[in-house]
Write a protein that binds this ligand. Structure first.
Ligand SMILES: [Zn+2]
Ligand SMILES: [Zn+2]
Length: 334
């Protein structure tokens, strides 16, 4: 027997069986072992298949949790429509009241005149003065009725609802729960924070400009005087808007004022008795701090992340837009 035909496992017994898969020779015992090994490997694959089946079931149940997300979107739609209906009903009621007010007045006046005509007719003691007065009353009533056919003296205000950015009112975003991915994303988060910080700086400067606009020349001159040596002397000479903006820039440059350090300006505004502007600055700076949470909070939020449904108009952003709107209104009033 050729040596190449020995069992490939024990290398001792003659290889009487050949495996058609691996082309190796085996003795009777070790051929059975070889077949057994292949059968075991197949069993292992079957076990893996069972694990996959479990994973698929889990994935399906995740899809059901997406179903709960969808039902929350439905719920948002329902409650939002409800709020719209309530607001429209309130506006209808207001329109109704305004239109009815005049109608009620006319009806009341009509009843008074009718009563008087009846009394004068019954008692037969009508005088020329009564006739003159009644004629005037009837003329007035006719004029009032004429007015009633005109559009009611009411204005419909829908400005705020036109400004709603609906696709930002509700949206769904994917967030990862994987801790490793969190770590790799932390750089991106820092970038987000920096961008948010840049926005906040811009907003802070916009708020300062708006406050400057609402100050009088005299206010600004006083303010520049209070800044004293913190600004170049030439800027203290008058309270023009241009001068004052340059003065503010100087206080920025000399690190007297920043988005996170505005107490100096608050004190100066209070000193010139513009407590309204000081308060506005405080409110503004507070909401700025709210929209940019401290880093720890930010990371905490991200770690808790999962696919969530969110309303992009957060509380702090509403406050922000309200304050900016307030400032805008004041500009409009000027
Ligand atoms: Zn084989
Ligand atoms: Zn063997």
């Amino acid at each position: 027997m050729a040596s190449s035909n020995h069992c490939s496992f024990c290398r001792k017994n003659p290889g009487i069986c050949i495996c058609s898969g691996c082309r190796a020779y085996f003795c009777d015992d070790h051929f059975k072992d070889h077949r057994g090994m292949l059968a075991n490997e197949l069993d292992g694959l079957t076990t893996e298949r069972d694990v996959i089946q479990e994973k698929i079931s889990k994935a399906i149940s995740h899809r059901q949790s997406a179903g709960s997300l969808l039902s929350r979107i439905d719920e948002w739609q329902r409650t939002t429509i409800e709020k719209v209906k309530e607001a429209a009903a309130q506006a209808r009621e207001q329109a109704f009241q305004i239109m009815n007010l005049k109608r009620e007045e006319i009806t009341k006046q009509f009843e008074i005149i009718s009563q008087e005509l009846k009394e004068l007719s019954d008692t037969k003691c009508v005088l020329e003065q009564d006739l003159t007065r009644l004629k005037q009353d009837i003329d007035q009533l006719n004029q009032d009725l004429e007015q009633l056919s005109q559009p009611p003296p009411a204005k419909l205000n829908v400005k705020q609802s036109e400004q709603i950015v609906w696709h930002q009112m509700i949206y769904v975003e994917q967030q990862s729960t994987d801790a490793d991915q969190q770590r790799s994303q932390s750089g991106q988060q820092m970038q987000h924070l920096e961008l948010a910080g840049m926005d906040a700086d811009l907003n802070f400067r916009i708020a300062l400009i708006k406050i400057q606009h609402s100050l009088t020349n005299e206010d600004r001159q006083q303010l520049n005087f209070i800044f004293g040596d913190d600004i170049p002397r030439v800027l203290r000479e008058n309270g023009s808007l241009e001068n004052s903006i340059n003065a503010l820039q100087a206080t920025f440059d000399r690190l007297k004022i920043s988005r996170t350090n505005y107490e100096y300006l608050v004190q100066a505004l209070q000193a010139i008795q513009r407590h309204d502007c000081a308060q506005r600055l405080i409110d503004y700076a507070r909401f700025n701090q709210e929209i940019i949470p401290p880093l720890l909070n930010w990371q905490h939020q991200q770690n808790q992340a999962e696919t969530t449904i969110g309303s992009r108009i957060s509380k702090s952003q509403v406050v922000a837009s309200e304050i900016l709107a307030d400032l805008d209104d004041e500009d409009d009033d000027e």
